[in-house]
Design a protein around this ligand. Sequence first.
Ligand code: 6GU
Length: 224
Amino acid sequence: MTFHIITIFPNLFESYLSDSIMKRAIIRKDISVKFYNPRDFTKSKHNKVDDIPYGGGPGMVMMADPIIAAWKKARGVKRRAVAQVKGEKKNYKTVILSPGGKEFTTAYAKQSAKKYTDIIIICGRYEGIDARVKKFLGRQADEVSIGNYVLTGGELAAMVMIDSISRQIPGVLGNASSLEESRVSSHEVYTRPEVLEETGKKYRVPPVLLSGNHKLIDEWRKDR
Ligand code: 6GU
């Protein structure tokens, strides 16, 4: 999976992608992440990427042209030609991140990991992106939000999507069974020590987990 990130703040992604599971996924080439800064695609003298809204109101609006130019680079005709020569079948999706979009879910992450080879993610600031970007992209783009709260920009949301989609890609998680969503956070988990002594109190691991009886353990887990 290749993630193409359109953002004016690519540095925000550095630490998250350079450690732990995302780092390993990139080294293994299970995923790759590329950046396109609208500021590098401006036609104006001062590399302007935002301007005041028509009709008035607070805040700035991201200009359509630099974003569309960055998107064209990400979607590149040249890359497609290379893919065709190699006989690869590319399948692109574009996501416009916006607090008003449809909610991002594990189901969306699973589908995306299965269906697409390339996902282009456009990060806006919360005042918004000129609506003509969405009009230009039409049905090839989804407008997506990661939850019912407002962030200052789409970059955190993009990282959430990269993480959540990547862990659905075979090989990204070391252990395939870790992928089972039902196992994630559904029941209590324990590790050593068997008895944790803290501030005069003893906290024990439930005896069933020490029993070695996997039928009983599975039943216990269903109830948690
Ligand atoms: Cl995608 N963007 C912003 N700015 N805020 C959000 C969001 C996206 N999803 C939830 N809040």
